[in-house]
Design a protein. Structure first.
Length: 210
């Protein structure tokens, strides 16, 4: 996910509401959703606990805004990764590597945002984010199939499988108690290799640039 909690929202919009959002993201990054009490967030933001409820109807609504801000940045990063003048298989690799690499650079926050039990309101945002990522991936696969760069297949099912591979493969590396010691580069390379196989691309052969 995003590299730092401080990157969730731009500093130029700093105000009480944004300070609360940034403080919540920082607390979640350090200890997960369970550590993000109203008191801890308010203290981090430098405001009274009651101030939070003047800006958000509930703590759950605050969490929804935090998740939405992070997910929007992640979708933007993945779209940027697929926008370069590369072949479709190279763009596919770039999107997969971007998602996995950003998560691994901030494992605690990524774990909280993607895997930890959350309020139903946040879980609905989580599902919407995953759907958007899946639909963007399906669009890229359709482009590759139409260009003859990828085997003919059901793009929607293949995209869902790719998203599932990434999500399940990252469970161990991101878990706070996993003890995984492999490097970020090794993990990303393995995930890219698995995803290439899912969509029928030759394993271990990077396509040439056009």
């Amino acid at each position: 996910m995003t590299d730092r909690a401080e990157d969730v929202l731009p500093e130029e919009t700093e105000g009480t509401r944004v300070r609360l959002l940034r403080a919540a993201a920082a607390v979640i990054q350090e200890g997960g959703w369970g550590s993000a009490s109203v008191g801890a967030i308010a203290m981090r933001a430098g405001v009274a606990a009651g101030t939070l409820y003047r800006h958000f109807p509930s703590k759950a609504e605050l969490f929804v805004e935090v998740f939405r801000a992070v997910s929007q940045r992640e979708v933007a990063a993945m779209r940027a990764a697929s926008a370069h003048e590369l072949s479709v298989p190279e763009r596919f690799e770039a999107v997969v590597a971007t998602y996995a690499g950003r998560a691994l650079r901030n494992r605690r926050l990524a774990w909280a945002l993607v895997y930890e039990p959350v309020d139903p309101l946040v879980d609905a945002e989580r599902l919407a984010y995953r759907r958007d990522y899946r639909e963007n991936m399906a669009g890229l696969l359709r482009e590759g199939i139409a260009a003859g760069a990828m085997p003919a297949q059901d793009a929607d099912l293949a995209a869902a499988a790719v998203v599932g591979v990434i999500a399940e493969t990252l469970v161990g590396p991101l878990s706070p108690v996993s003890g995984v010691t492999r490097s970020e580069e090794e993990i990303v390379a393995a995930i890219v290799s698995l995803c290439r196989r899912v969509v029928g691309l030759p394993d271990g052969r990077r396509p040439r640039r056009r």
